[in-house]
Design a protein around this ligand. Structure first.
Ligand SMILES: Nc1ncnc2c1ncn2[C@@H]1O[C@H](COP(=O)(O)OP(=O)(O)OP(=O)(O)O)[C@@H](O)[C@H]1O
Length: 463
């Protein structure tokens, strides 16, 4: 069963409902793992909301002297990133859907039929609140221009711990990881955290340039060294001058340049093309590769002696699929970034979107997730981001199928049941030609109930 609350810290949840039974039920359900405050009307809710910083507000739509949707609007005006859930009667679903479009995280129908779903939605809402807070926290800590490397998963914490240790040492660092895992940002972070931070950071992608161009870029040249060399130019080895030199995709370096680089690393000197005068080369080398360098050595494509020079401290960047918990953090970060960039206000992510992002495998890692959110923000006029705004091409359409094909064993019961429900709802809606009433008749599930389930899974988004 999905846990509704984070395991370590107690979240603060405000429950606003004039119905004593609902308040008691919710208090019992989440009160063990969360710090719950109860309000029976708008006045009490306002007082509590002013006094405390809540992670989540569960709001009844119909209150004695207030409208829950308007009260949430008032709260959001005071705290724009407030995560809230609206509790509504079946008759009010239309307004509840509109409230979700305005920024309410989700709505739940009363009376609650399925407590597990209720817990799951609360869990996702708290996850989103955590993502907002962690990003603020990270930004506050990195407010000095240090590149923002987002990630709180154990795999990222471990990697960042290694980076922190080696950044201050004058040693060569090899960053290994799949494409899009963040090798480039981590290289910049190493520079920012190193004693060489005030000196230049020079970077070049060894796979993107032909050999001769890469050679002249790294070594520099004297005037007349080759056709077109009308003035002398210093290379990156010289320009790095007390700073860090980042060689990306080092495995793509040609054998000739590999041996030239080895010489520079041995002698701490380099010579411009067309010159015999050795020049001081004072830089710390950071290399990156998305192919295992040891394998390249075995295959005879990379010099073994250079490999040992480079592989002093190797740091592995985990693929996104190994970073449980980071996907929503990154997605929220990118959502804010692209909202600011495009002058939009898209978001928050709906529960179905959160589930979809978390279930995806992300073979292109963080870059793929970034592009997915960029596309969603660019094409969306504003309001919550739902499954259909996220690129289905990047997210396996049949997450269930993908799951059952993996070798990691069978899915947990809850997961399998959820996947079945989503696939079944899609299937029944197709069979009914997209008509929810007909789908209700075919399935024997009451229409409102069916609609709520379909909405939860992003099978439909509006009534
Ligand atoms: N942890 C992270 N936090 C924030 N942004 C990230 C993070 N990791 C990667 N990114 C962003 O994702 C994109 C891809 O990252 P980056 O270019 O560093 O990957 P890479 O491993 O160097 O990829 P490649 O091997 O293809 O060069 C960049 O826009 C980067 O800013």
């Amino acid at each position: 069963m999905t846990s509704a609350m984070p395991p370590s810290t107690k979240s603060k949840v405000l429950i606003v409902d004039d119905d004593h039974y609902t308040r008691t039920l919710l208090d019992r359900l989440i009160g063990k793992s969360a710090d719950v405050r109860l309000a029976a009307d708008g006045a009490e809710a306002r007082k509590l909301f002013t006094a405390e910083d809540f992670n989540l507000v569960l709001m009844d739509q119909r209150l004695p002297a207030d409208n829950g949707i308007e009260l949430l609007r008032e709260f959001r005006a005071r705290r724009p990133r407030l995560v809230s859930i609206l509790m509504t009667g079946y008759a009010d679903v239309r307004e509840a859907v509109a409230a979700v479009r305005e920024g309410v995280f989700d709505y739940l129908n009363k009376p609650f039929e399925d407590l597990e779903t209720l817990e799951a939605v609360i869990g996702k809402a708290l996850e989103l609140d955590r993502a907002y807070r962690e990003i603020d926290d990270l930004r506050a800590r990195l407010g000095d221009g240090t590149p923002a490397v987002i990630g709180r998963s154990p795999a990222m914490e471990q990697m960042l711990g290694q980076v922190r240790q080696v950044a201050g040492l004058d040693t060569t660092v090899l960053l290994e990881g799949e494409s899009g895992t963040g090798k480039d940002v981590v290289a910049k972070l190493i520079h920012a955290w190193s004693p060489r931070a005030a000196k230049p950071f020079m970077e070049v992608n060894c796979g993107a340039l032909p050999e001769s161009l890469l050679e002249s870029l790294l070594f520099g040249y004297e005037k007349g060294a080759f056709t077109g060399a009308s003035v002398a130019s210093a290379g990156y080895f010289e320009k790095a001058n007390g700073g860090n030199l980042f060689l990306d995709e080092i495995a793509d370096m040609s054998p000739k340049l590999q041996s030239n680089l080895l010489r520079v690393l041995q002698d701490h000197q380099c010579m411009r093309i067309g010159s015999t005068q050795p020049r001081q080369a004072d830089f710390r080398l950071i290399c990156a590769t998305n192919r295992a360098l040891a394998g390249e050595v075995k295959a005879g494509r990379f010099r073994e002696d250079l490999f040992y020079r480079i592989n002093v401290v190797a740091v592995r960047l985990p693929p996104l699929r190994e970073r449980a918990g980071d996907v929503i953090l990154l997605a929220t970060h990118f959502l804010e970034h692209f909202n600011a960039k495009f002058g939009k206000s898209c978001g928050p992510l709906t529960p179905a979107a959160v589930r979809m992002l978390e279930a995806a495998q992300w073979p292109g890692n963080v870059r793929e997730l970034q592009h997915c959110i960029e596309r969603a923000v660019a094409l969306h006029p504003g309001g919550p981001i739902d499954t259909m705004h996220l690129c289905p091409g990047d997210v396996p359409p049949a997450v269930g199928a993908a799951q059952s094909e993996t070798t990691s064993g069978p899915a947990a019961y809850e997961e399998a049941r959820a996947l079945f429900e989503r696939d079944y709802l899609k299937c029944i809606l197709d069979a009914a030609g997209g008509n929810v009433s007909e789908a209700a008749r075919l399935s024997g599930i009451p229409r409102q109930n069916l609609y709520v389930r379909m909405k939860r899974w992003g099978v439909v988004t509006d009534q």
